[in-house]
Ligand binder design. Sequence first.
Ligand code: NOJ
Length: 581
Amino acid sequence: MKRFFICLMVIIALIACNNEKKEPETTSETTDIQKKWWKEAVIYQIYPRSFKDTDGDGVGDLKGIIEKLDYIESLGVNMVWLNPIYSSPNADNGYDISNYREIMDEFGTMEDFDLMLNEMHKRDIKFVMDVVVNHSSDEHRWFQESRKSRDNPYRDYYHWWPAEKGEPNYRYSLFDPKGDAWKYDSITNSYYLHYFSQKQPDLNWENPKVRQEVYDIMKFWAEKGVDGFRLDAFQFVSKDTSFPPLPEGYEKDVIKYYGMGPNLHKYLKELNKEVLSQYDVFAVSEGAGSTFEDAHSLVDADRNELQMAYHFKGMDVGNSLEGYELSEFKEVYTKWDSAFAKEGWLSIFLANHDVPRMVSKFGNDSPEFRAASSKMLNTFILTMRGTPYCYYGDELGMTNIAFDSISQYQDIVAKNGYEKTINEGGDIEQYMTELKFLSRDNGRTPMQWDDSEHAGFTTGTPWLPVNENYQKVNVEAENNDPNSCLNYFRDIVKLRMDNPVLVYGDYELLFTENKNVYAYTRKLNEKKMLILLNFSTENTSIEISEKLKDLKLVINNLSDVELEDSKVTLKPYQALIFSYK
Ligand code: NOJ
């Protein structure tokens, strides 16, 4: 069962952009790093279903996002990534697309989209479009045609296996209740492939017509003025279409066996040439292979493929009820930073729509420490090298909802995983306990705007319940509180925006062995900052090598601070940033 969650996590990340044609390169004085606008951005990720509903159907919509653009601007972020907003039957909340050039009815119209984009641009906020093209919906016209007959012109848009050749070699499905990625279709006596759910058939990228369709779709959105693309499950697109047998147990490492297929780089270069290089856009690909080399091969500038890597290794930390050790967390981020110090570019994030809430997973969501630990985690995201991704609601310190009963869950992964556990005679209690902590629904509950009914998210019945802590944890209350998570978030975003050292500066880990404190410096030319983060509930002292009087305290997430000569005593979840004078 753990494997089920691990696979899910694994499917979540890599970004890439490459936009060599448009801007002249500039280089920072002490490093070879090329400066780019998308490296300097702070991205705010919105799960549109859950942000703001304006028509009372209980589902968020584009008009709701437009209504809240002043709020988004007030955060100081300068880019927004929306999960898919295309027409979709919503088997996987928009990750099953039935028309790539239309907006989902529940979300609004193309006019709403155009207005939203225009209003974002007026505020100097850029926009990232989610592109889901490893698979479409089974309700997409291409698939409807494809399944009609073996000689249909769309037949080769998908992967079909004729039944007379015998059963195809087993392929593991990440979302299927039976775990089988081949689905038999009697209309043509053939099986089709779906790495995700049965309603998400995999597109056949080996067919040049499919690739051209994808490039045309991306150009359609680029012409509208979108600034970036997030490529969903992209590392899976190229497949060995002979579908040879795979070693037993390979599903424990699906990225290794499904990712980085034989022609992936060829296709990415083609996509770069056809689309990315023609516009001032970047692309971030979800997932980054299994190794640093894989990730570099996707995003290094001289590859002319993608631009930004969104790797999952950080998300793999703490994916169990046992929690995690800070040493592992430090090690992952330090190794990835050093592997990308000279070339390539990473994303930095602690949450998204596929994982639990950041404060529940990496911090401490008890009433005593929720605010402090959530501010501390935002300090981490906004002071590391790489482009920060801040997930909606994390600026408020929103927490897991932790459902008890399977009937409360909406996510296809939760529901199919439940069925699979039952089918296989697994431990359903254990499954439910893990789900309560790790479910994707934890991170998808409605945005908490105020203390009115349903947290001001909708006048109808929300598609997923609002977390009951909304009366305290909400935008209105936090706006009015100078010490809130929200106002702290604004401060820390501003600090990052004002200090290129936090974007481009070299990173150095300090106090490697300290079990409670994550400490590092960022340095760019003459500018240097020291970041001290207490990840524990214990007061922890550290002795730094400078006199504290020679440093200036620029950020403190708590009301007081204990400094003495060279000794800093950090309270539970305290975050401090010093600037060297
Ligand atoms: C990764 C997305 O982040 C996830 O939400 C989705 O279910 C799968 N890809 C399938 O598209």
